[in-house]
Design a protein around this ligand. Sequence first.
Ligand code: 6GU
Length: 245
Amino acid sequence: MRIDVITIFPDYLAPLREALLGKAIERERIAVGVHDLRDWTHDVHRAVDDSPYGGGPGMVMKPDVWGEALDGVCGAADSAAPVPRLIVPTPAGRPFDQRTAIRWSAEPWLVFACGRYEGIDQRVIDDAATRMPVEEVSIGDYVLVGGEVAALVMIEAVARLLPGVLGNPLSAEQDSFSDGLLEGPCYTRPEVWRGRAVPDVLRSGNHAAIDRWRRDQALARTYQRRPDLLAELPEGTLNKADRAQ
Ligand code: 6GU
């Protein structure tokens, strides 16, 4: 998969080169390009924003600069070359979730357009949408100062789903959310720590009992912390033993 990010703060994306993602780049499972939006300005001030039509606080990112940047990174309007899926992080977007991450993980090419200030002139997004799939997405109900951190979040969520990125492919399959439930608690040695013992069942060697216990813990935790997820489970997800909980 190829991932490009356009931003006025390229250094904000430095964590992409660390840890799991850095390894994935080294192993060529993903290729990442980070681009400075100001490279597409032509004025001495390298201005990327201007005051909003209609008045109000803050600044809006200029369409001419963004238009050229997207032509440069995604390919010009008249080309027959493949196009990326364009992702615009914004608190006004549709919610990003694990399903979104799974869907994007099948794409060959993602481009993230990170806005700052009050946002990007809407015509940039509407124009791009005439030649490539575009999604405006939010990572949650709170406001960040720009799309960079949100892009990092989404890129990490997508990249760990790619083959050969996670050490153990089963970890992705057993995630919280992969079965619609939160994951229950986990334990490692020592058996007793500060007077707290690991639950007996996990040391029983009875794998059916362990599976049942983990399932019950996941159900209880989801009921307590995210009852909204239980309501969303597809019909037939909960079996008789689950419902007995
Ligand atoms: Cl994607 N961007 C910004 N600026 N703030 C956010 C967000 C995105 N998601 C939640 N808050």
